[in-house]
Design a protein around this ligand. Structure first.
Ligand SMILES: *Cc1c(COP(=O)(O)O)cnc(C)c1O
Length: 389
């Protein structure tokens, strides 16, 4: 038996832990040292320095992440955006072209349309649910295809196996940001993806107390990205490594509980007369329900969004009043922590879009996005009902 044969909950606790344990410590200690002694017989590859992401804390975390995702290698980064930008900068160069899903995380969208475009990387946005349309967007210079596991804020589910197959068939590197799905629900490498990215700020750490990212994939690709990250300087501090390592051990129990609570919350909202529509892939009414059922294991995620009923023109005010009456959920961006969070996409994450474009994407002014936390779901449902009442 090896770590690779264990179930994921066992891997989360034991995989990648140093053997023998440092000083017998049951928990991985923090190696808060910027540099490490270099032995006389060592070469450049033996240099250990924190910016190179090769402290004992990094090594252990990389082994654990690679094992739980079923990948050869992993790399942690100073933020989710550091993971996205390092992976894309290592994969693409001037003159290259990339296909990207239309509804991307805001920072990633800006990276494609702003910085990468300025550095000579072209892109086309695609509807990731419509594989028939992708081939027409290919160019001789197309190098990669980039998607997200569940989209923000409507939780759309792309045809992910088709993305991986399309990439194989056309010699493209396939990248997926699987932050919303977590390695508990989705194994992109088993589907054929080359690189899996996470904002570890969210579920992987799970405690709303650090910013980090992760990249998992084949050894050669991850090594190339590590060289890029070394130059960009986006390495994760050892204390943040320690916190992320600690958070990961409970990923399975947290995510399964959060998914069960999210289904309870989504069902209660779906039945409430003040709610016009609920976007949650666990509900049969969601357009991605059948695909989510086929792709996700053990739950449908803990992110959902819903439109409040309002007179035309009064949506923003109705949402503002609803959020101000909530006792438990906190009005804050981000997701994946113990606290249930709500955001109003029309006035926060998607405020920069032209209102017509925003509505065209299905993001109405009465939309509320929710990250379901670890509170008792009965308390959450009761609180939502009093705020809607
Ligand atoms: C938060 C997030 C990011 C960016 O992560 P940071 O840790 O904030 O840099 C990227 N992708 C998705 C899907 C996210 O939710």
């Amino acid at each position: 038996m090896s770590d690779h044969d264990d179930h994921q909950d066992t891997q989360l606790v034991h995989a990648g832990e140093p053997r023998p344990r440092f000083g017998g410590a049951v928990t991985m200690p923090v190696f808060q040292s910027s540099t490490f002694e270099h032995h006389a017989e060592g070469g450049y590859d033996d240099v250990r320095y924190l910016r190179l992401s090769n402290s004992p804390n990094h090594d252990a975390l990389h082994r654990k992440l690679a094992t739980i995702e079923g990948g050869e290698a992993a790399l942690v980064t100073a933020s989710g955006m550091a993971a996205v930008s390092a992976a894309l900068l290592a994969t693409l160069g001037p003159g290259d072209h990339v296909l990207a899903q239309r509804t991307l995380y805001g920072g990633t969208h800006d990276l494609f349309t702003g910085m990468l475009a300025r550095w000579g990387v072209a892109h086309d946005f695609i509807d990731a649910a419509e594989p028939e349309a992708w081939e027409a967007a290919l160019r001789p210079t197309t190098r990669a295809i980039y998607v997200e596991a569940l989209t923000n804020p409507l939780l759309e589910v792309a045809d992910l196996p088709a993305v991986a197959r399309f990439a194989r068939a056309h010699g493209l590197v396939s990248l997926i940001d699987a932050t919303f799905a977590t390695p508990v629900l989705l194994r992109p490498i088993a589907l054929g993806f080359d690189l899996v990215l996470h904002s570890a700020t969210k579920y992987l750490n799970g405690h709303s107390d650090l910013v980090a990212g992760a990249i998992i994939g084949g050894a050669a690709r991850v090594e190339e990205i590590r060289h890029t990250l070394n130059l960009l300087g986006g390495s994760l501090d050892p204390h943040a490594c320690f916190l992320l390592h600690r958070g990961l051990k409970t990923l399975g129990v947290r995510v399964r509980r959060q998914c069960a609570s999210a289904l309870a919350v989504a069902t209660a909202l779906h039945e409430h007369p003040a709610v016009q529509r609920v976007h949650y892939p666990g509900l049969p009414s969601h357009p991605g329900h059948e695909r989510a059922k086929a792709l996700l294991h053990g739950g449908f995620g803990a992110m959902l969004s819903f439109d409040l009923r309002a007179e035309p023109g009064h949506e923003v005010e109705v949402v503002r009043r609803f959020v101000s009456r909530l006792r438990l959920p906190v009005d804050a961006p981000s997701l994946g922590g113990p606290e249930t969070l709500v955001t109003r996409p029309a006035v926060t994450s998607h405020a920069g879009l032209d209102p017509e474009v925003r509505r065209g994407l299905g993001i109405g002014d009465g939309l509320v996005r929710m990250s379901v936390g670890l509170e008792d779901p009965a308390d959450l449902v009761a609180d939502l009902q009093q705020a809607l009442g």
